[in-house]
Design a protein around this ligand. Structure first.
Ligand SMILES: Nc1nc2c(ncn2[C@@H]2O[C@H](COP(=O)(O)OP(=O)(O)O)[C@@H](O)[C@H]2O)c(=O)[nH]1
Ligand SMILES: [Mg+2]
Ligand SMILES: [Zn+2]
Length: 325
């Protein structure tokens, strides 16, 4: 059962609080600005303040403070200002560790309720880094998002180079070659995005914003409206922003999410990123971390060549870096 809204509560207690119109539409958080947020109602953006009880941090990933993509319950006051009363439980979430270990570990939700994560990498400038794709892939799966790879800056190399880069790295993801500079591959990409909520992630400089601008012809209008509403110098808790796609669906750009910190991670999560390891037959020990345990089928596979060396090295690297449980 939902607790009564502050307005209702106040009315019942005879406190004279008046909320002229109490509406309950499904507004989506487009941007978080500290104590307020921009909400998309399907047509326009509204600025809304957070009600007091929402500001408290919660450990629950499904119900922590506001994130882009959250569906919220709002209330409109006499003066026409909007107030966010509650957040609907998150269906998916893309999180990163925001520092701390163990009990003190804090996570930041970059975006919620997204269907997929489009991991953007570039063939060159900056060079293709499979390790980053692995990390984003892990974080996407952890929160229930399907990971997908867009290899941008296709114009800086040949088709063979791009195909080889991904094949050599044994990345088990759908890969779309694109060029935000020439427009190459964007129609194929659009087909993967239509009707879905997609978060763009990846190293700074790979071309996330350039791809976004290509996909949103009205981006100037959208960003203009956003920056006008958000104002300059206003504190934003994360650089994520949600944009509606003309074909239906949404894109979330994630400027400023620089480091990818995995935080507390189970070894099986790391294994799930690599097809050859995930699909290896069960090891002797159920909790095998595939490092030195006897009866490990991954180590056997490594010897026989069914688990490529490059895959195993990246698995180990990720395992070392994560705070493995
Ligand atoms: N050659 C080439 N340059 C690109 C392409 N896409 C983006 N860039 C350039 O790469 C730089 C970084 O792009 P940006 O979209 O800001 O990357 P972001 O940090 O991931 O958002 C800019 O100078 C872009 O002009 C591309 O497809 N080909
Ligand atoms: Mg950017
Ligand atoms: Zn094993």
């Amino acid at each position: 059962m939902r607790p009564p809204s502050p307005g209702l509560l106040a009315a019942r207690l005879g406190l004279g609080y008046r909320a002229a119109r109490v509406t309950n539409p499904r507004f989506i958080v487009a941007q978080v600005l500290g104590r307020s947020a921009l909400l998309w109602d399907g047509t326009t953006l509204h600025e809304a303040i957070l009600s007091g009880r929402l500001k408290a941090d919660s450990k629950d990933r499904r119900a922590s403070t506001l994130a882009v993509g959250d569906r919220v319950d709002v209330e409109r006051s006499d003066t026409g200002s909007w107030r966010i009363l509650g957040v609907e439980p998150r269906v998916t979430w893309l999180e990163r560790c925001a520092g701390g270990r163990g009990e003190a570990a804090r996570t930041q939700i970059i975006a919620s309720n997204a269907d997929q994560a489009l991991i953007v990498a570039s063939l060159r400038e900056p060079p293709f880094r499979p390790g980053l794709v692995d990390r984003w892939s892990l974080l996407a799966r952890r929160g229930g998002l399907a990971p997908m790879l867009a290899l941008n800056k296709a114009d800086l190399g040949t088709e063979e180079e791009a195909a080889r880069a991904v094949a050599d790295a044994c990345i088990p993801l759908v890969m779309i070659r694109v060029s935000a500079a020439t427009g190459f591959g964007l129609d194929v990409l659009r087909e993967h995005l239509v009707g879905k909520v997609t978060v763009l992630v990846g190293h700074s400089g790979v071309g996330k914003s350039s791809i976004l601008r290509r996909l949103l012809p009205d981006i100037e209008a959208a960003t203009g409206a956003l920056s006008e509403k958000s104002g300059k110098g206003r504190h934003t808790t994360s650089g994520a922003r949600l944009y509606p796609l003309p074909e239906g669906g949404y894109l979330v750009d994630t400027a400023g999410v620089r480091s990818v910190v995995l935080g507390e991670t189970h070894a099986s999560e790391v294994a799930s990123v690599f097809r050859e390891i995930a699909e290896s037959p069960p090891c002797r020990f159920r909790e095998c971390t595939h490092r030195m345990e006897p009866g490990c089928t991954v180590l056997e596979g490594l010897k026989r060549g069914t688990v490529p060396n490059v895959v195993y090295m990246r698995y180990r690297k990720l395992l070392e870096e994560a705070d493995v449980l």
